[in-house]
Design a protein around this ligand. Structure first.
Ligand code: HEM
Ligand code: NAG
Ligand code: NAG
Length: 320
């Protein structure tokens, strides 16, 4: 990997980590569209900046969309496919329904990209770039995105239900789920720091705030006022009460104060193997940023379609 891909001058360790992080990365390249779509990154960034100015949450939603794409048979834009009479998409899988958002933002970017470089750029790569830009625009770090993914012609509702972690997951199942995607426990903990932005529905955390002992009492009281015992399933609450729209290490400070919103969040700091990483990230925003970048690149390398596999979709919602 060229040294020009290292945005942070002097962080040679980071550059080395990025260059050596994953076996699959060899297939993807940051320069993939340099001659075929030189303005790609500007187009994505322009649209993302515009959208996030109007709705900060959309940054969080794009980041989550990328995660939910990559964990279901790889980063292949399967999550973007609509249901049709001949194809069952993933949008109504349990972890996605009434919860995933941002599809129209991808459509908007895709339309602009097609106008400049028709039939060239995959929806899977647009998603990877949009997630990267979202983090930066919310005040987080930035990095170079390896590109060259292609789009799948299939989707799997059952894989979406099986491979996306539920908020009730315990530490050992989180670790093994991420391990099945070749991501380490450290990657998993750093990636969970994405919950420094965005919102969750009452139904995702009710059991925790009413029943669990490892929760700060005043935090639980605030959450209960937004999330009643019965009803209000879709009431929304910020995942990081300290700095809700800023991409920083506030999430890890919350965990140390027993103010994790989801059960799965607090599992990372509950006397187990990830406590030390949580402490480090809570202490050092820089350490968090570095590990988050490495983990995002690793996640983006999950089983990409490359070469002549898959296709370049014309419309991200439908196979060609
Ligand atoms: C470690 C396992 C994870 C679990 C169990 C989990 C679970 C959840 C749940 C339940 C929600 C709220 C959904 C709702 O109530 O509508 C959520 C939101 C979110 N998740 Fe995760 N997540 C995990 C990892 C990740 C990762 C790896 C990322 C990205 C790198 C991520 C990014 C987000 C974002 C940004 C939101 C807010 C989305 C919005 O406001 O639209 N999560 N997650
Ligand atoms: C974690 O959850 C899995 C799946 O629900 C379960 O089989 C396992 O026993 C749990 N592990 C612990 C340590 O509670
Ligand atoms: C994980 O790595 C192994 C060995 O390199 C590979 O066979 C497998 O396909 C990878 N799994 C994913 C989900 O990328």
């Amino acid at each position: 990997m060229a040294s020009s891909t290292c945005y942070f001058a002097g962080l040679s360790l980071l550059c080395w980590l990025l260059a050596s992080s994953s076996t699959a990365s060899a297939q993807l390249s940051p320069n993939f569209y340099v001659t075929t779509c030189p303005h790609l990154e500007n187009i994505v960034h322009f649209t993302m900046a515009h959208v996030i100015r109007q709705d900060h949450r959309m940054g969080a939603s794009m980041l989550r969309l990328f995660f939910h794409d990559c964990f279901v048979n790889g980063c292949d834009a399967s999550v973007l496919l609509d249901d049709t009479p001949t194809l069952q998409g993933e949008k109504n899988a349990y972890p996605n329904q009434n919860s995933l958002r941002g599809f129209e933002v991808i459509d908007r970017i895709k339309t602009s990209v097609e106008a400049r470089c028709p039939n060239t750029v995959s929806c899977a790569d647009i998603l990877a770039l949009a997630a990267r830009d979202a983090v930066k625009l919310l005040g987080g770090p930035t990095w170079t995105v390896p590109l060259g993914r292609r789009d799948t012609t299939t989707a799997s509702m059952s894989a979406a239900n099986a491979n996306l972690p539920p908020p009730t997951a315990n530490l050992s199942s989180l670790i093994s789920l991420f391990a099945s995607k070749n991501l380490t426990a450290r990657d998993m903990t750093a990636l969970s720091g994405a919950h420094t932005v965005g919102l969750a529905r009452c139904s995702s955390f009710r059991t925790r705030i009413y029943n669990e002992p490892n929760i700060d009492a005043s935090f639980a009281a605030v959450q209960k006022s937004a999330c009643p015992v019965v009803g209000g399933d879709d009431n929304l609450v910020v995942l990081d009460m300290s700095t809700p729209i800023r991409f920083d290490n506030g999430y890890f400070k919350n965990l140390m104060a027993r103010q994790g919103l989801l059960h799965s969040d607090q599992e990372l700091f509950n006397g187990g193997s990830q406590d030390a990483w949580v402490r480090l990230y809570a202490r050092s925003n820089h350490a968090f940023a570095q590990d988050f970048i490495v983990a995002m690149v690793n996640m983006g390398n999950i089983a990409p379609l490359t070469g002549s596999s898959g296709e370049i979709r014309r419309n991200c919602r439908f196979v060609n």
